[in-house]
Write a protein that binds this ligand. Sequence first.
Ligand code: F6R
Ligand code: ZN
Length: 191
Amino acid sequence: MSDRPFTFDIPLPGVIPTRYDHHITRRLSEMVGYYADEQAFAAALAEKDETLYEVYEIRRPERAGELLHGVSIVHPGKIGNEYFMTKGHFHAVLETAEVYYCLQGEGYMVMETPEGECVVQPLRPNTVLYVPPRWAHRSVNCSDESDLATFFVYPGNAGHNYGSVAERGFRKRVVERDGRPQIIDNPRWRS
Ligand code: F6R
Ligand code: ZN
């Protein structure tokens, strides 16, 4: 891994960076338990193990001082009335932040702290979002047609903690009601 300065482009539209080291694809089968409507989830999975989102990572050493970065792309779609979304996570080192820059599409970042604060922030092209330390975060694509693409940067030592979100979810969910996104309480959230 080079320690010389480097550049790359993020072509628009398309948003696949011209340089990346790692390409993650998250399929429906990896999201068991994340969506509220379990019947709709099972029906969708029986039809196709669709790719819900992808991440293109520019790898850096996972240590303080480094910045990990890349592009996250959530595809359009819904399970029942709940929009496609990322798993969401706390950083393993809770006191680490992250910056997101929305490149294209429309959606939300659902965020919450272990203490129970919750913020759902709209994302649209050119929005910069600062996720402070301690805030778990999940991207949600609420477009019917386009990908939600964001550029992200976070500290090399942050790590990821998926466990608590996998167990209890976020306090809020983003669903479609009457053709529009609506933020609702998560009926399955557990303290
Ligand atoms: C890194 C980060 C993003 C997400 C990506 C996929 O800390 O927040 O790169 O990792 O949007 O989401 P998850 O990791 O929640 O599946
Ligand atoms: Zn993160």
